[in-house]
Design a protein around this ligand. Structure first.
Ligand code: SAM
Length: 243
């Protein structure tokens, strides 16, 4: 499940350049019984299997040896939602352990006595933590300094400055009668900067007004928001439905 995503594109290049090291570990390697069992039936009965504490504790403790700064991140639909802030916090760490569950999930003692963080990629249940771990990993790797060629392109991404990104266009200037906004063809860098900022604010106001409440806004931003309110009338528009 890991080979493809880890061997392609930005994550592959980050490893090749020595900016990150990613290792995949098999919990079965940390079992002590002949059948290398990692799961067992739930106490109290019921369907499914539960990941046993012994191999998970043994694996994490072996990987943490000599590393007091490790974060042990349990992937779980019950965890804190993955956000840009969470990814930034992880990107600032030297060592992360991402624990992928299967079946009915982990023995609760893994959560209470081993994990330092519990992260969900959204209010939906996957069959296993592997894809969730890859989502966390890609979000974090992008934020490691030097990984994305043009640092500015990361800083302009949605959420980085507290806003959604502005709309992007590429050639042709007119496609099926749909024209690129003329300001982007003007070559006037100041007008383009102002237009992009205004459109980022307009989009955030329309789709994620909650972000505007915490975004660091300048005096110019407030003026632009006032212009948008005058153009569109009234308060924040509801997020577009069904898209
Ligand atoms: N019974 C568990 C519950 O309801 O909380 C769900 C177990 S799920 C079938 C198996 C594993 O997939 C979990 O232990 C977790 O590692 C992973 N997983 C499922 N959904 C996830 C999500 N939204 N975010 C992160 N990990 C998830």
């Amino acid at each position: 499940m890991f080979r493809g995503p880890l061997e392609e594109s930005l994550v592959r290049r980050a490893q090749e350049r020595g900016l990150v090291t990613i290792r995949v570990h098999d919990l079965r390697a940390y079992t002590r019984d002949r059948h290398r069992v990692v799961d067992d039936v739930p106490y109290g009965g019921g369907a499914g299997m539960v990941l046993k504490p012994e191999p998970v504790f043994a694996a994490v403790e072996a990987l943490m040896a000599g590393r007091a700064d490790s974060r042990v991140v349990l992937l779980s639909p019950q965890g804190q939602r993955l956000t840009h802030q969470v990814a930034l916090e992880f990107a600032a760490r030297d060592h992360l352990i991402l624990l992928c569950g299967r079946y009915e999930g982990f023995d609760e003692r893994i959560r209470t006595a081993l994990a330092t963080d519990e992260v969900s990629i959204g209010d939906v249940v996957l069959s296993g933590g592997e894809l969730a771990a890859l989502v966390v990993l890609e979000a974090v790797v992008r934020l490691v300094p030097g990984v994305v060629g043009a640092e500015a392109s990361v800083r302009m991404d949605s959420f980085y400055g507290g806003l959604l990104d502005y709309p992007q266009y590429t050639r042709p200037a007119s496609f099926r009668g749909l024209a690129v906004p003329p300001v982007l063809l003007s070559g006037d860098h100041e007008r383009i900067r102002r237009w992009r900022r205004k459109e980022a604010l307009r989009r955030t106001r329309a789709r994620r007004p909650d972000l505007l409440a915490t975004a660091p806004l300048t005096e110019e931003d407030r003026q632009l928001l006032q212009e948008i309110a005058d153009e569109e009338g009234g308060g924040p528009r509801p997020p577009p439905g069904g898209r």
